[in-house]
Design a protein. Sequence first.
Length: 480
Amino acid sequence: MIGGLRLIDETALDAAGRLQMSRVRSSGEALARLLDSALRALPGEVALSQGEPGNTNLCRFLTVLADRWTGHAAAKGLDFELDLSEHLPQVIRVERTALERALGNLLANAVKHTRRGKVRLRVELCENDDLCFVVFDDGPGFDRDLLAWMDGLQRGSAMPGPEEPGAPGLGLRIVAQMVGLLDGRLEAANRDGGGAAVEILLPGSVWRGPAGNAADAATGMADLADLRVLVADDTATNRFLAARMLDVLGAEVVCVGDGARALALLDQERFDLALLDIDMPGMSGLEVIEAVRARHDGLERLPLVAMTAYETRDWRRTIYDAGADGIVFKPITDAAHFATALRDFHERSLYRRGAGDPAQGASGVLVDRAVLDGLLEMTGPEMREELLGKVADDLRAVRDSLSRAASRSDAEECRAQTHVLVAVAGAVGALGLQADAQLLNAAARRAETEALPRLAARCLAGIAGLLNVVAEERRKAVSE
């Protein structure tokens, strides 16, 4: 079913249609993960996800989650807010499906029981190194029995049966089981003035993983913590080795064993880079590269790196002519060289392709109108001006902080601000600005202080232009 969605020609759809297709794909992928975990469950039990913990790009994970629930909340006349604190980790090491199910069920309950007002997801890193996910709503709150059950859960009490007094609904039962699977804690309280707050707390020893932060484990190597990488190789050993190296370097990794599956996943999910074995049976990596480069929907800009055991000059020319950004030769034995090569290939691709050919805004900033129009369509006319105001506020806050950080060559603050800018620019379709922000983030992460002012100046110019685009859209929203 998910693969069949690829056959639909979205160029014939309007902005609302493309948005709906995006929602269907997102829901389909979530359902596929849910079914996969259900098939592994014991009969008669609520299905538990039993995957291994892996790297998850936190900002991207939360942005996708927010995109999904903004639409659900808007359909009920509610506001949805994703509230991210400063200094969140880029990558966390968790069982992604378990966290997705826990937060999804909490948000579903919040939207269901809130008649008017707002649902807010707040994520922050606490002083004790706990990573805290808090769902606030303006609903009726919890009754005493349910709060007592939540409190007892923390003291090790058994979960009551479905028919017992104070028994939680299926959604909260799943949340409790998922949080237990994550080795986290679940807390709840009623808010003063109405509404409820439910909190999932993941200790640092859990979300950092047994070896600590992935970037720390790869000291001296290029940090790939901001990248989601697709690995396609028909040999299980090669997939394992590449995935293990990328995992240690902080990347979020998805592996497949053939070219056709790789191309299908590139359609279904978002990646920052694809690592493709050239000599796969069926659809080869070379054919995947040619197919991607022939696209005209934005996917053609994806950085693509070929893996091959053949180092002849003619073979290199064939690979580069197909559209590869780089070549990694097998066997891969040097993790440091591997990491540096992938980072360089990715950044050179961003510089070379920039934002491609989407329509320009009035300011000269490249803005993908399909992305921006889809976002505005999703929020609806009544909330459009408010959304644009929030985008403008975020851009001005980043502009001011980034300007100060660049003048002081403060790499840590540049990294923090570009973390926000990548998300905001991507959300509104400013892909050129997003690429510039990724480059500045990479330079800040490597503490290349001499490059910070130049790269920051590019970002600041892009922010200024994007602010003009946002102002123009706000004027349209007011006039409508």
